[in-house]
Design a protein around this ligand. Structure first.
Ligand SMILES: Cc1cc2nc3c(=O)[nH]c(=O)nc-3n(C[C@H](O)[C@H](O)[C@H](O)COP(=O)(O)OP(=O)(O)OC[C@H]3O[C@@H](n4cnc5c(N)ncnc54)[C@H](O)[C@@H]3O)c2cc1C
Length: 518
């Protein structure tokens, strides 16, 4: 098999002058025309549908377009794909057309929003990427506190827009992550203990789902219509049932926050900080959200107290802040300003990332904390870290009306070892570390297995055998039935998508293999 790297492919594509992708055995001249034809012409087989051939609409990027490489690249540069066509939807009908086109032409499809899929699963070689990131509408009713937003908002856009009205929903901490990608898998962050998971505030969605053998339709999902699908979309909605085009949240009032950070140099106090963190932070006042990051050479701590003063925050945080003498910073302000203020520009982040998600439901014994410390001392880079987010509070106590597929309500923490390496745009800078970082993550997460349970679908664990149970526990059977109801032909499928319950209805379903269907 000829050796060629991702970098070679990008170089070759640029050299071709038209953003063409050159793969072994395919000439530069041949591909663009073929791709162009396939990307615009719907060659419908008569038995597939009686509907007229669908045409792609919206902003369409194909391999021969100059912005193809940037339109295709995801946040995690470890994963690179070469889709046949990327459709940036400008309205819901573009999504309907794209899904119909993909079905009529039997082309693999992926849904994409903020591009942060941590295994690169929102993109696909030779298929169609239906990208909804340009659906940016916002409608907020301040009297009812109901907000309906286009599914293309980033978390930063959502947080800052709502904060201007003194409103909030839970999001993760990274502003460039897609709001829909985070919410549909659960979504936690520094407001989680106060407001629950992001998906808990989701009250309705507009979604494009498969219709018949080769079509697509728009449905509005809420507590009174398709409520089973609402339940599923609250924690298992990423790329499984349809393409969400707008999200409606019941938001909560939030006038201001106190934001506290603390930094300890070195790992000398790892055990006492970890002990204090797990003893107090999952059980403290539910207005207080916290995050701990253990790095190779320092420990970082972050806290947000919703509508609380610095004095109250310091009192609640005393068990941690009293350990040695950390560098402490305290800010008070509007949540949108604070959130925007702690963002790190993407170009300053490492290019490649690998994580392994775990939940902790019993406090770590000393030997587990020792494992964390030993692995962190040996971390491949300074950006690599062991990340903890305290649960409890509203996650445990306030599952939403109608319920949610997200199951990890009793966890004390979400936790993940994460490795980051390499310089963005310079693949060679990361290559020597790739096998080392991957092995470090695999061994680290294995060493912690006796002390953890479950996994987080938004940070998927690719090598895990029982991944569905790890993500959704006893909800898997119900999810498979809902999948069979809304996507019986398994149109929405990827490496860890939910398989429909029952026998495969169509021989065109190629993944997972037919004998995987119970
Ligand atoms: C740096 C970083 C920090 C993170 N921090 C947190 C955190 O603090 N808290 C947290 O909960 N998670 C966190 N995550 C995980 C994050 O929630 C997931 O990676 C999320 O799925 C990314 O969504 P996206 O839209 O950006 O990604 P994409 O790659 O666009 O999509 C991710 C998945 O969602 C599907 N999807 C996206 N949009 C739609 C849609 N409209 N309809 C149907 N399916 C859709 C895609 O098909 C894909 O399967 C973090 C991830 C990263 C990379």
């Amino acid at each position: 098999m000829p050796e060629f790297s991702r970098r070679d492919v990008f170089k070759a594509a640029t050299a071709a002058g038209a953003g063409a992708v050159i793969l072994p055995g395919i000439t530069a001249a041949a591909l663009p025309d073929a791709a162009a034809d396939a990307a615009t012409t719907a060659s419908v087989t008569p038995e597939a549908t009686n509907a007229p051939p669908a045409k792609l609409t919206g902003r369409i990027v194909r391999p021969q377009d100059p912005d193809y490489a940037s339109a295709s690249l995801g946040w995690d540069e470890l994963f690179v794909h070469y889709p046949l066509v990327i459709v940036f939807a400008q309205r819901t009908q573009d999504v309907v057309n794209a899904l119909t086109w993909a079905r009529q032409n039997n082309v693999a499809l992926r849904v994409r929003s903020g591009r942060h899929s941590l295994e690169g699963w929102s993109n696909v070689d030779n298929g169609i990427v239906i990208d909804i990131s340009e659906l940016k509408s916002v409608k907020i009713n301040t009297a009812t506190r109901i907000a309906t937003v286009g599914a293309g908002l980033s978390q930063l856009e959502a947080v800052t827009t709502l904060a201007k009205k003194d409103l909030a929903v839970t999001t993760g901490g990274e502003g460039t992550v897609g709001l829909s990608g985070a919410t549909l898998g659960g979504g936690f962050g520094l407001l989680t203990r106060h407001l629950g998971m992001a998906c808990d505030s989701l009250t309705s969605v507009e979604i494009v789902v498969p219709s018949g053998t080769a079509g697509a339709k728009v449905i509005n999902v809420g507590l009174n219509s398709y409520s089973d699908l609402l339940w599923a979309l609250r924690g298992a909605g990423n790329g499984n049932f349809g393409i969400v085009t707008s999200l409606t949240y019941k938001t909560s009032p939030l006038k201001f926050v106190t934001y506290v950070t603390a930094t300890w140099a070195g790992l000398k106090y790892t055990n006492s900080i970890f002990e204090a963190y797990q003893r107090y932070m999952p059980f403290t006042d539910s207005s207080l959200g916290t995050q701990l990051e253990i790095h190779k050479n320092e420990i970082l701590f972050f806290a947000v107290l919703a509508d609380g003063s610095p004095a109250e925050a310091k009192k609640l945080l005393a068990p941690i802040l009293s350990i040695d003498k950390p560098d402490v910073m305290v800010k008070v302000g509007n949540w949108g300003d604070i959130y925007a203020g702690f963002q790190i520009p993407t170009q300053d982040d490492p290019a490649n990332w690998k994580f392994f998600s775990q939940f902790i439901s019993k406090p770590f014994p000393k030997r587990a904390i020792d494992i964390v410390r030993a692995y962190m001392q040996d971390a491949p880079t300074d950006d690599s870290n062991y990340f903890l987010q305290a649960f409890g509070g509203a996650v445990r106590n306030s599952a939403p009306r109608g319920g949610a597929a997200f199951p990890h309500r009793d966890a004390l923490f979400y936790a993940e070892p994460g490795a980051g390496w390499g310089v963005r745009g310079d693949e060679e800078s990361g290559e020597p570390l790739t096998p080392i970082a991957q092995a470090w993550i695999a061994e680290f997460s294995q060493a912690l297995r006796p002390y953890v349970n479950g996994a987080y679908v938004n940070v998927p664990n690719i090598g895990m055998q029982e991944w569905a149970t790890a993500y959704w526990g006893s909800n898997v059977d119900r999810l498979r039935k809902i999948k069979a109801k809304y996507d019986p032909y398994n149109v929405f499928q990827y490496e860890q998508s939910i398989p429909p319950a029952g026998p495969c209805p169509s021989p065109t379903t190629w993944w997972p293999p037919a004998n995987d269907h119970a």
